[in-house]
Design a protein around this ligand. Structure first.
Ligand code: MLT
Ligand code: ZN
Length: 467
């Protein structure tokens, strides 16, 4: 029997598409964390801003929690609906609304996949440079909700840099048209930036005006095998000085082994502790500056083996080694850490983190990879088969408390690009001070007084004072 609240929702938003079958609730109620059992009330699939407004007015009036939902590729539980929430999926709102050649902007509905935005930009001879492996499934709305980063932040920055304007529907159903694509706007608080990385707690992003860039230069793709983290940082420094780096990503032998077991082709005859895949602006694979930089690293004894891709196909093969990691690790239910420190703090942080995690996880397989040029490390602990998922998460959670303290000591963040969601909520206080969290609470309460937007994500409401 249908929940009576859905009847009032249908009255409030006539014609709204609702999904309620067990398979649909399961599909829309989870994200890539796979840690929580999905249990939403229903799934609303609005086709217009007006329908989103009607849903949120109804939810505020009825006190029904709402989980805004994009491609659900998130890794921190930000889009999980496990407590009778209404999932508000933007997947039907995926149109390109306009391109402006003078402003070099693209206006899109928030449910459009990242890859479709990239393709549309290319049609106009430009690029949308934010990029990462989930490009085919993740949506612009989700990217904005987490300020998604990815593999080209080093050169182009995070999603935040590329949002010229956005439309946000508040919990009360008001439509806020934020910044309207302006380059300059010193007229007070920039609520656009408050909405970015708010994880659906301040409103639902329904539309975005995105900046586009000229196409990237042709690149040479390099894969380098390295002996240690220290050397990795030296190679980064050198390549950054000598070349125009478009990307600089690293992974360890553990990560590579899993990608190879998943069908990728081994790049070298033997294994090495660390690998870097990098794109550098170049006239071609034989570009002198690239070869000179490569030779210099080899002469210093930094590079144990290496290859410069000779074709697009080979470059794609090398990139697969990095981009295939998430999928290859997924069957091992990895406990994911997504920490960052300033790039200058990386060497000291890495040394401490290696000691800490070596001592804390002696019996677990740990895959390190990520965006070392952004100071962002993904430390994935793989679940041993014999260990129950709950016991594994508990064990990793205890270690993460120590890692969070270490990150705090080095002035970093517990989440660089995945968001806090449910997964990192216990550790928010190591990244944001109590006064800062209090301001965040006040902002959230001002925009969502009934607390219906993504409750339980990012931080919990303060416990009521005892009487
Ligand atoms: C990546 O860098 O590959 C993404 O952040 C996804 C992940 O951490 O698994
Ligand atoms: Zn990443």
């Amino acid at each position: 029997m249908s929940d009576p609240r859905l009847d009032t929702l249908r009255e409030s938003a006539p014609g709204l598409r609702l999904a309620t079958t067990p398979a649909e609730l399961e599909y829309y109620g989870r994200d890539w964390t796979r840690r929580w059992a999905p249990a939403p009330l229903a799934v609303a699939l609005p086709g217009s801003i007006e329908e989103v407004q009607a849903v949120l007015r109804w939810a505020s009036a009825e006190g029904v929690p709402v989980v805004p939902s994009g491609g659900r590729t998130g890794l921190s539980g930000g889009a999980v609906a496990a407590n009778g929430e209404l999932v508000l999926s933007l997947e039907r709102m995926r149109r390109v609304l306009g391109f402006d050649p003078v402003d070099r902007t693209l206006t899109v509905e928030a449910g459009i996949p990242l890859e479709a935005v990239q393709a549309e930009a290319r049609e106009h001879g430009l690029q949308y440079p934010v990029d990462f492996a989930a490009r085919g499934s993740c949506t612009i709305g989700g990217n904005i909700a987490t300020n998604a980063g990815g593999i080209r932040v080093l050169r182009y920055g995070n999603t935040r840099e590329w949002v010229a304007g956005l439309k946000l529907v508040t919990a009360a159903g008001e439509l806020l048209d934020l910044n309207r694509g302006l380059v300059k706007n010193s007229s007070g608080y920039d609520l656009r930036h408050l909405a970015i990385a708010s994880e659906g707690t301040l409103g639902v992003v329904v539309e975005a005006t995105l900046k586009l860039a000229p196409p990237s230069p042709p690149v040479a793709t390099l894969l380098l095998a390295l002996p240690s983290f220290e050397v990795l940082m030296q190679v980064f420094q050198l390549l950054r000085e000598r070349l125009a780096l478009e990307a600089f990503e690293f992974f360890t032998d553990v990560a590579l082994r899993h990608v190879l077991a998943h069908g990728a082709q081994a790049p070298f005859e033997r294994g090495y502790p660390y690998y870097v895949v990098a794109d550098a602006a170049a006239a071609g694979p034989d570009d002198d500056r690239v070869l000179e930089a490569f030779t210099h690293c080899a002469e210093q004894g930094w590079v144990e083996d290496g290859v410069v891709a000779q074709s697009q196909a080979q470059a794609a093969q090398l990139w697969r080694l990095r981009e295939g990691i998430t999928e290859a690790l997924a069957p091992h239910l990895p406990y994911k850490n997504d920490v960052a420190v300033r790039v200058s703090a990386m060497p000291a942080f890495l040394a401490d983190a290696q000691v800490l995690l070596g001592a804390e996880y002696p019996e677990f397989e740990v895959a390190w990879f990520g965006h070392i040029g952004d100071g962002n490390l993904h430390i994935n602990v793989l679940k041993p088969q014999a260990l129950a998922p709950d016991a594994f998460v508990e064990r990793c959670g205890a270690v993460t408390a120590h890692l969070a303290e270490l990150v705090q000591r080095h002035g970093g963040t517990i989440s660089a690009e995945h968001g806090i969601g449910l997964v990192k909520k216990p550790y928010l206080g190591c990244t944001r001070g109590p006064a800062e969290v209090a301001v965040m609470r006040a902002v959230r309460a001002a925009l969502d007084p009934a607390g219906i937007l993504n409750p339980g994500k990012l931080f919990d409401p303060p416990t009521s004072p005892s009487r």
